[in-house]
Design a protein around this ligand. Structure first.
Ligand code: PLP
Length: 388
């Protein structure tokens, strides 16, 4: 059986996605299509690397060794054609904490920070929790996809935004920004001297037709930029808490490192280091097969909705495994939609958590075996047929 269609039992593994549902919903057997991790095993070379490390038996403090840095450096060059130096890489226990630290360390207390909604909800909280001001550049829904509003973006930059957090590829709308779009963002940030932070956690999960462009390709034009990347989504190792933050500019990097030190963020997770080394050197084929699987799953969703729920509008998925579905024809808030869907037996994310304008939308995580997805779709179909 295809690796990605092989079900794994994640119950009673302290899985946030599977095990916390019971507490959140007070119900048994609710299928999870929410938190962004995947429901198939990670790649074999990663399993082997971790198993071999476990056999060693000593799990003491770990440091980020030169081999690790070389591997990350080679990965971004080999896959995304941008060159970095090893000492530009700073590891953190996740990208969300890195965003929080970057805001605190690299912007003033009065700073205005641009995000583009609808967007991954911690983008709001990392700004709010640092008492900075959010400037929202709403994405423009055009046909079945979303575009950046460059006119408004320039106006917000003119207003004096100190930082822009770009979600690239974009969760939840599934856009993989084109080279032209990325270049335009970089040039605008440069023109208005705005620090550009690009969260590229989903960059490996893009379909062939939509190649990924990292802002890292433009370090020669502008170096006030930070790339946040990680093997966590790509290889289903988010629980190992290891991300790589790439900061070219020495002053920014030193300030960021100082922030980590103040907050006592020190040694990395040893399993995260092992897993990332294996992921970035031995798992290209696995990754390619996974992307094909996600693309097939997306097709399945589109076909199912077209046939059974044609009133819904699904944003074109170019990358990520998160599908953005407009269910406003049901005339329910996102919260009500999610509640009803829980009663029918699946858990999805409410659209409103990604932006105030998106009540009535849901986000569906399709990184699972096809059979599981089919079950979830049938539950949504049943709910719509009975409730409409
Ligand atoms: C855009 C984006 N950034 C960051 C994260 C989470 O990053 P981390 O677990 O490294 O904090 C997610 C998880 O869904 C995400 O979608």
């Amino acid at each position: 059986m295809n690796h990605f269609n092989k079900p794994i039992n994640r119950l009673n593994t302290s899985s946030l996605k599977w095990d916390s549902i019971k507490i959140r919903t007070e119900k048994e057997n609710v299928l999870p299509f929410w938190v962004a991790d995947s429901d198939y095993m990670t790649a074999k070379p990663i399993m082997e690397a971790l198993t071999s490390r476990i056999k060693n038996g000593a799990f003491g403090y770990t440091y980020v060794d030169q081999e690790y840095l070389e591997i990350v450096k080679n990965w971004v060059w080999r896959r995304y054609q941008y060159r970095i130096e090893k000492d530009w890489i700073v590891t953190t226990p996740g990208i969300v904490p890195a965003l929080f630290f970057a805001i605190n360390a690299l912007t003033t207390p009065e700073a205005k920070i641009i995000i583009q909604s609808p967007v991954y909800n911690p983008f709001y909280s990392v700004i709010i929790n640092n008492n900075r001001k959010i400037l929202e550049n709403k994405l423009l829904p055009i046909d079945n996809t979303y575009q950046m509003d460059f006119i408004n973006l320039e106006a917000l930059l003119k207003e004096g935004a100190e930082m822009m957090i770009l979600c690239s590829p974009h969760n939840p709308v599934g856009r993989v920004w084109t080279e032209a779009e990325i270049l335009k963002v970089v040039k605008l940030c440069k023109q208005y001297n705005c620090l550009l932070v690009s969260d590229e956690i989903h960059c490996d999960l893009v379909f062939k037709e939509y190649p990924f462009t990292s802002i890292g390709k433009y370090f020669h034009l502008y170096d006030k930029m930070i790339i946040c990347t990680a093997p966590s989504k790509t290889f289903n190792i988010a629980g190992l808490m290891t991300s790589n933050i790439i900061i070219k500019d020495l002053t920014l990097r030193e300030k960021f490192k100082r922030e980590l030190s103040i907050r006592s963020i020190g040694d990395p997770n040893l399993f995260g280091i092992e897993a990332c080394k294996a992921a970035y050197t031995k798992c290209d084929d696995w990754l390619e097969a996974q992307v094909k699987h996600i693309q097939k799953n997306a097709m399945l969703v589109n076909q199912y909705f077209k046939k059974h729920i044609p009133e819904a509008k699904i944003a074109k998925l170019e990358g990520t495994y998160l599908m953005w579905i407009d269910m406003r024809f049901m005339h329910l808030t996102s919260e009500a939609l999610v509640k009803k869907l829980i009663d029918y037996g699946i858990f999805v994310n409410p659209g409103a958590m990604y932006g105030a304008d998106y009540d009535g939308f849901i986000r569906l995580n399709i990184a699972c075996p096809q059979q599981q997805l089919q079950k979830g779709l049938e539950i949504i179909g049943k709910f719509v047929a009975e409730y409409k």
